[in-house]
Write a protein that binds this ligand. Structure first.
Ligand code: G2I
Length: 455
């Protein structure tokens, strides 16, 4: 049966049940002229939002799990597979097996993929835990650059930094090895992520921020500062691991961040069963729908048995049956809300070197994303009127600066004039075509245009 209305209003309809001949009263919320959708993802999509789940690669062989995943959700987040310990188990040695499985699952579903998480004080590989100071800073920024580059163009939003603020009333940063590298570590991470994947939305993500409180206010102050100084940040994630109550300022808190000019997302929602679970789920959903810049909701797992918690906090029971909480979320989604506008990420200020001299067969330009004490450089190599088979780019660094990491090229030397040579997969550049490589460095970035030679 098709249920349509020409007005956008809620209607109460009387439906006669053909089979039993009885009259059944049903309250049906109709959004615009659309029919009420019957899955979480489709319902969220009616207002331009997504409804996602954190998923684990190790569960993708479970038929019930993947059936629910494929039918209900239109966004995925890797529960563990893109974290630092998983992606860089040894320094400079990257493993994308698990992360790629999640990505491929998301692509197959036509879903958005949220990347989680580039830097976090927890789940660091052992080698990073033992580093400090500039060595750790450099390794961390290199990690951001490498992982964001691997997934370039494929991630809807990255949790660039996770859980960097302290609990309690201080509103201050959490102490951690990363924090001890200097207070600017967060902005350095965001700049590196933007340079590596300009189209991903870049989020700061945290918990116990589910209302206006000292911790969320500390984050609010940081985001406001970032926006005022042009540090590239696009979104804030509110994990929303909830108990038996929801803060009365939950929605107002989302709204005050949105008013700073960032998207907000519910990133890890789960709610203790036994209290008011269905109502709390519905309240969170309605709060997101009421905030135009709340772009979507992710639950932290599918079935209760998949959860990191033991208090049955999810929308499906251990057998995969829909719970009351599921129905309350679906109804809340179908009741509609503020349509989510499409908000492209803001392009950060990039300084580009002057146009190159026409050299012997190739030219190179460099774009810098700099912060106090370091930078990420992206170098574009362009072939002249003939195809190039192998290239070398020489970059001169200011004194005191050094290259600390390179991708898509190999470098000889790290200070003074550094030579970057093509690697197998980018040595051939067609006439007029171009390719890119990058490096990260300490100090100020190169001031002069690099030179490019063929061979
Ligand atoms: O703790 C809940 C979440 C809080 N916010 C950040 C999220 O990344 C975090 O997720 C959880 C995962 O759900 C757990 O699955 O993060 C935990 C680690 O901090 C994850 O647990 C770990 C176990 O501690 C490891 O022993 C295990 O090897 O999961 C690993 C992979 O199964």
């Amino acid at each position: 049966m098709k249920l349509r209305t020409s007005s956008g209003k809620r209607r109460t309809l009387l439906l006669s049940a053909a089979t039993a001949g009885v009259v059944v009263a049903a309250s049906i919320a109709v959004v615009g002229t659309a029919e009420a959708a019957s899955t979480l993802g489709a319902s969220a999509a009616q207002t331009g939002r997504y409804f996602g789940a954190a998923i684990a690669a190790g569960r993708l062989g479970d038929a019930t799990y993947t059936r629910i995943l494929n039918s209900e959700f239109n966004a995925v987040t890797p529960e563990n597979e893109m974290k630092w310990d998983a992606t860089e188990p040894a320094r400079g040695s990257f493993n994308y097996n698990g992360g790629d499985r999640i990505l491929n699952q998301g692509v197959a579903m036509g879903a958005k993929v949220r990347g989680h998480a580039l830097l976090w004080h927890a789940q660091q590989p052992g080698w990073a835990q033992s580093l400090t100071g500039s060595t750790l800073r450099s390794a961390a920024i290199n990690h951001v650059t490498q992982v964001a580059t691997h997934y370039k163009g494929k991630i809807y939003a990255w949790d660039v930094v996770n859980e960097a603020f302290a609990d309690g009333g201080s509103g201050a940063r959490r102490d951690s090895n990363l924090q001890r590298t200097g207070n600017d570590w967060i902005e350095a991470a965001f700049r590196a992520a933007r340079a590596a994947d300009p189209n991903a939305k870049l989020c700061y993500n945290d918990y116990n921020t589910d209302g206006i409180n000292a911790k969320s206010t500390g984050i609010y102050t940081m985001v406001r500062d970032f926006k005022s100084r042009g540090v590239p940040i696009d979104c804030v994630g509110f994990q929303s691991h909830l108990g038996t109550t929801i803060d009365s300022t939950y929605q107002a808190n989302l709204q005050r961040f949105a008013d700073l000019g960032v998207d907000v997302q519910i990133t890890e929602l789960d709610v203790q069963q036994g209290g008011n679970q269905a109502n709390i789920y519905a309240s969170v959903t309605r709060a997101c729908l009421a905030v135009a810049r709340c772009t979507g909701i992710t639950v932290w797992g599918i079935r209760d048995s998949d959860s990191w918690r033991s208090d049955n906090p999810l929308l499906f029971d251990g057998s995969g049956n829909k719970k009351a909480a599921y129905t309350s979320v679906l109804n809340a989604l179908n009741a509609g809300g503020n349509t989510n506008p499409t908000t492209p990420p803001v392009t950060p200020p990039v300084t580009t070197s002057p146009p190159p001299q026409t050299g012997s067969g190739c030219t190179a330009t460099v774009s810098l994303n700099s912060w106090n004490g370091g930078y990420v450089a992206t170098v574009r190599v362009t072939a002249g009127s003939s195809a190039v088979n192998g290239w070398t780019v020489n970059v001169t660094l200011p004194s005191g600066g050094a290259v600390t990491g390179t991708w898509s090229a190999t470098n000889s030397g790290t200070t003074g004039t550094v030579s970057f040579r093509s690697v197998d997969y980018n040595r051939q550049v067609p006439a007029g075509g171009s390719t890119e490589f990058g490096f990260q460095g300490t100090g100020a970035g190169p001031g002069a245009t690099p030179t490019c030679t063929v061979g």
